[in-house]
Design a protein around this ligand. Structure first.
Ligand SMILES: C=C(O[C@@H]1C=C(C(=O)O)C=C[C@H]1O)C(=O)O
Length: 97
């Protein structure tokens, strides 16, 4: 746990109270981002196992029908930007196509 040293200068807040609140919330965001990055790295590893297994069996790395399901899942949950997020994540997991 880091000590909150947020100042109005660092946060854009106009009062010390708002700066403290923003500093605390930014610490939570940084912790969430660390967890999100960890989950993405875990997803990349699981995806690699699937891709390697398929390639070893004579198949292709990419399965577009499955990717459409993944894209739809993110779009349903997050709207149009969810599709962009899922496309970036798929690129992280299987490279550029
Ligand atoms: C992981 C798979 O392989 C590839 C990677 C995907 C993914 O990371 O979600 C989805 C489809 C495939 O292009 C899979 O087929 O499930």
């Amino acid at each position: 746990m880091t000590t909150n040293t947020a100042t109005p200068e660092k946060t854009g807040a106009r009062t010390a109270e708002a700066a403290t609140l923003i500093g605390d919330a930014r610490e939570r965001i940084d912790a969430l981002d660390d967890r999100i990055i960890g989950l993405i790295q875990e997803r990349m590893a699981v995806s690699a196992v699937i891709q390697e297994s398929r390639i070893s069996s004579g198949g292709r790395r990419v399965n577009l029908a499955r990717e459409m399901e993944v894209l739809g899942h993110y779009r349903d949950a997050l709207g149009k930007p969810g599709t962009s997020l899922a496309m970036t994540m798929l690129e992280l997991c299987r490279g550029r196509i």
